[in-house]
Design a protein around this ligand. Structure first.
Ligand SMILES: NC(=O)c1ccc[n+]([C@@H]2O[C@H](COP(=O)([O-])OP(=O)(O)OC[C@H]3O[C@@H](n4cnc5c(N)ncnc54)[C@H](O)[C@@H]3O)[C@@H](O)[C@H]2O)c1
Length: 452
């Protein structure tokens, strides 16, 4: 087939797909696991935006535009006007935590948002009270909560979560689950994670390889609900969960919100590579004083985070293709728990680079960020886009939504496919996926036709 015809066929297929993306009718229920700093900042923020008290800065779904057609056409609608996303007014929040605090109390404890902001939202925030959690200190050693479910085994606990989901489903039209809970100890896939059957047998036997985050994810996927993972935990990054996600048309994506330091890494590293600038060393350190920082102070939880943070440079630099530039990078990451700083994390990066004829140079990045202020819009966007994926026939049964890698430190891919970490490639992939499902032409940035 000639390429023009092929393109035409592609457009036709895409148009058919667009006509079948279901509208976002009714209420979207969002089940949040872990109502700490990120979760409460997201929930309070959504309410503040709904009341017109603030703008959803940092949220692509709320503020981003998407170019359609040629540059000369001047057609760049808002993403939320182009794809059928749930309206913020239609979102209903619920969730679980190991502490009984309602969202107002938890947000006050997290000390991310100012007291006046929270007080304006207090009557609403107080109505959201977490359900008892599935928790085990073996997997998060620094926490000890009492608001937890009791069960005979892990299957029993999964069934209790399924009952929570089913009860919530009766009050809304669609549901998405997002893990905003703590970072669990480092775990690697074992036999129990290989198939759905092995996993279910493992639940029955309370296999040590099944962490609480996996019990929640299992409950969600079993109920056909999309699941996002804001932490670096293993959770759905195993064959059994991918299989369940596909089988029950419950979309999943990678893990660990890409917020501060890694966000910057996936911007700077592609820039060095694009200009063939070499890198010898990259030293990254952080001070952080919130509860997340306290959990990450524990070596086994830190190891989970470290693995997630380390991956990006290796994949972006492709040392196998550029041995002269990136073969000997010394990459070191430190996170230091420093209580006085609270959620206002400070990150330092020292980057040793080299240029023409090997002459050395340095770049220092000092990012004074607010962890949860960066994470909250990412959590919101993931929820809205996963709900869109669930309503899109072409996406709902493929399991991993690689187009959402844009938001995550550890993108998930099928076996054999390397993850794409470059923020700009990820952004292009996300927008082209939206164009594709809506039947619009893809933007390739070739642009030769402007010179015809
Ligand atoms: N803030 C960021 O920029 C950022 C970026 C990337 C990833 N993350 C990850 O997101 C997660 C949340 O971060 P945070 O700053 O909100 O932490 P946080 O400690 O304030 O909140 C986590 C909450 O999860 C609860 N929890 C722990 N285990 C649970 C379980 N099994 N069931 C229910 N609740 C449980 C805790 O009680 C706590 O309230 C962490 O894993 C963190 O590493 C955060």
């Amino acid at each position: 087939m000639a390429s023009k015809e092929k393109g035409g066929q592609h457009q036709e297929d895409a148009k058919t797909a667009a006509s079948t993306v279901a509208p976002a009718k009714g209420k979207l229920g969002v089940m949040v696991v872990g109502m700490g700093a990120v979760a409460t900042t997201m929930i309070a923020g959504v309410e503040a935006v709904r009341r017109g008290l603030a703008k959803p800065i940092g949220s692509l779904t709320q503020m981003g535009t998407i170019r359609l057609g040629k540059r000369t056409e001047g057609n760049s609608p808002l993403i939320k006007d182009f794809v059928p996303l749930a309206n913020l007014n239609d979102i209903v929040f619920t969730g679980w935590d190991i502490f009984e605090d309602n969202v107002y109390e938890a947000a006050a404890h997290a000390e991310v948002l100012k007291k006046d902001t929270l007080d304006q939202l207090k009557p609403y925030l107080e109505t959201i009270k977490p359900m008892p959690a599935v928790f085990d200190r073996y997997y998060v050693k620094r926490l000890n909560g009492t608001h937890v479910k009791k069960g005979n085994n892990k299957r029993d606990l999964a069934e209790q979560l399924i009952a929570d989901i089913q009860a919530f489903k009766k009050t809304v039209d669609r549901v998405v689950m997002i893990w905003c809970g703590s970072t669990e100890i480092f775990m690697e896939p074992t036999e129990v994670h290989q198939t759905i059957e092995a996993f279910e047998r493992g639940l029955e036997k309370s296999d040590l390889g099944i962490a609480p985050s996996q019990i929640y994810a299992y409950a969600a996927l079993k109920e056909g609900i999309p699941f996002a993972n804001g932490a670096p935990n293993l959770t759905v990054d195993v064959p059994a969960m991918i299989e369940l996600s596909k089988k029950n048309s419950a979309p999943i994506c990678g893990k660990d919100f890409k917020t501060g330091q890694t966000f910057m890494k996936t911007v700077l590293a592609p820039a060095f590579k694009a200009r063939m600038i070499g890198v010898k060393g990259w030293f990254s350190t952080n001070i952080l004083g919130n509860r997340d920082g306290e959990v990450l102070d524990e070596p086994q939880s830190f190891k989970t985070k470290e693995e997630s943070k380390l991956g990006s440079l290796e994949y972006i630099f492709q040392p196998e293709l550029y041995p002269d530039l990136y073969n000997e990078i010394y990459h070191k990451i430190r996170i230091n728990y420093y209580p006085p700083r609270g959620d206002e994390k400070e990150a330092w990066d020292n980057i040793d680079i080299f240029g023409w004829l090997g002459y050395p140079m340095q770049l220092k990045v000092n990012f004074l960020c607010r962890d949860s202020i960066l994470a909250a819009p990412i959590a919101l966007d993931l929820v809205l886009f996963l709900d869109l994926a669930k309503r899109t026939p072409e996406l709902r049964s493929i399991g991993i939504q690689e187009w959402l890698s844009f938001y995550l430190k550890s993108p998930q891919t099928p076996p054999g496919l390397y993850p794409e970490h470059d923020l700009f490639i990820q952004s292009m992939k996300l927008k082209n996926t939206l164009r594709h499902i809506m039947g619009a032409g893809l933007v390739t940035h070739l642009g030769l036709d402007y010179y015809d």
